[in-house]
Design a protein around this ligand. Structure first.
Ligand code: ATP
Ligand code: MG
Length: 255
């Protein structure tokens, strides 16, 4: 398993001229089966060599609306989620770069690192709907093919200037927002995240309410007072027992 700064190189694929790399960016707070099913199926459908689940350092469009879990915890969960999955990688480029995470910068870095690669930017409908609010979205369109997958709500239609394709993946109505609320309420996360991810959530006591209640095993047992897993980088944690509000899902790094 790799750690930040020591990422494994993408696998070399013999007999093919250019590599096809999928960039699937997100906050991954936490990563769940919806992310994994999407990544695996997009990789299969488009015959990509690798899909990188790129962990946003600062998801600038989410900042202020809620507490974001520290990047190293989110990266550890993504690493754990993809460890056994062929063709999926956890990406720490945006964390290493620091500051706000812009897809245009990440694509530029990938293009420099892999000059012959074809790049694909993978997004759900909710994220695609706000693509024109992304920082330098025209660069995203120039450098990559946008791959849109279904999420609940109306399917988005993108402006013609975008090279984009829709890939059908099994629709799983799972969101990190709901998962955080589940931990906070003491409801189970089983089968919604992988077991290694669940273990990290338990070990690091992530997503517990500000008063230390909630658990990732569905027992609802109170945790140690003050052991708040999420770092209050910005915004306030939801009131204990109340479901986390679902923020508008329309923008970049609303990922
Ligand atoms: P949150 O509820 O905190 O916004 P999320 O579940 O939407 O979390 P993100 O990290 O925001 O997860 O999403 C990263 C990317 O994954 C986005 O492009 C989003 O559209 C996509 N995505 C998230 N959940 C699913 C899902 N269940 N099916 C398909 N795509 C998804
Ligand atoms: Mg989201």
């Amino acid at each position: 398993m790799s750690s930040p700064g020591a990422q494994r190189p993408f696998p070399e694929v013999s007999g093919r001229k250019s590599r096809k790399i999928g960039l699937f960016g997100g906050t991954f707070d936490p990563p769940h089966v919806g992310h994994l099913v999407t990544a695996v199926n997009v990789r299969h459908a488009l015959d990509l060599d690798v899909v990188v689940l790129m962990v946003a350092n600062v998801p600038w469009q989410k900042q202020g609306s809620r507490a974001i879990t520290p990047a190293d915890d989110r990266f550890a969960m993504v690493q754990a989620a993809v460890a056994e999955v062929a063709g999926l990688e956890a990406g720490d480029l945006e964390i290493r770069r620091g500051g706000a995470s812009y897809t245009a910068d990440t694509l530029a870095a990938l293009a420099e690192e892999h000059p012959d690669a074809d790049l694909y930017t993978v997004v759900g409908d909710d994220a695609a709907a706000g693509i024109t609010t992304w920082e330098r979205y025209d660069e995203v369109a120039d450098r990559s093919t946008l791959v849109v997958v279904d999420r609940p709500g109306a399917p988005v239609e993108l402006p013609e200037q975008f090279p984009w394709v829709r890939v059908e993946v099994p629709r799983l109505e799972v969101s990190s927002t709901d998962l955080r609320a589940r931990v906070s309420d003491g409801r189970p996360l089983d089968y919604l995240v992988t077991e290694p991810v669940l273990q990290i959530i338990r070990d690091r006591r992530l997503y517990r309410s500000a008063d230390g209640t909630g658990s990732a095993d569905g027992t609802g047992t109170a945790g140690t007072a003050g052991a708040v897993g999420t770092s209050e980088v910005s915004g306030a944690a939801p009131a204990p027992g109340s479901p986390a509000p679902r923020e508008p899902e329309s923008l970049e790094e609303v990922r």
